[in-house]
Design a protein around this ligand. Sequence first.
Ligand code: SF4
Length: 295
Amino acid sequence: MPDIAFWNQCNNRCVMCTNEDAFARHDPSLYGLKSQVGKLERYLGGQGGVYFKNDDKPGFVSLTGGEPTLHPDFFRLLAYFRRRLPGAGITLLSNGRTFADGAFTKRFLKIAAPPFSVAVPLHAASAALHDKVAGVKGAFGQTMAGLENLFAGGGAVGLEIRLVLHRLNIKALPKILACLLEKFPDTARYRVTAIHYEIEGMSLKNHRRLALRLKESASALGGALPLIKKFKDLRLYHFPRCAVRRELRPLCRVTLPPEDRVYTAKCAGCAARRGCLGLMAEYYKAFGDGELRRL
Ligand code: SF4
């Protein structure tokens, strides 16, 4: 099932956001309750091409934005998606700030019946850096408070904390992992995903500030291995297997559709190709395949 753009407005201005800035200028009625219901009913009725991304993938839905929790009919629409997609895994991608409101979180947890998870990006272990990446002062405090409220929900929904790695925050990786271990020590209760940033939308526009090669992020991951081992479920997205240390290869996942990935001549005959993401197509355009090596 598809990625569904739940709402196009956001209260963060993340430097590495993959949305174009024009997305926020779309007519909000395109994402209103009536429009969303019409789209999902057409999709469930078998009409193809309703959603832009992963329209043909069965079994799960990602509710994305903008920031979905800012939708003026958030709870009604969430209840509708849950009711009309029984049994489908739903992941809500959120900057987590709205969940700083405890009453909002309690109401959300009553509606978000399993299988349901919330994925929240954490950009740093300090307000100064997180807010710099998020583009909003105070974002860090609200996101951390939101995570605490979601954790206090006692496992009603799955939790995933996303670390999108780029030039601005790569050096902070060990601090972020240590911060998570300190604040949320029961690592069986959540998943961490470390993601090499995508070069798309605002991230492409801001690429001079963000540019980071895989070998640099892989090196930071390798250096953080003792911390990484302390997490029960830590996954790596957007990394080719040959770019990371042997011990980290089992953590690599293929999460992008084939059209967004590239295998180059260096991959021919590679023993690790099955289950390897290859290179992100936009990464290959920007940096080439010099970091790949056949395994
Ligand atoms: S050479 Fe290609 S297939 Fe092999 S691990 Fe690297 S990216 Fe993957």
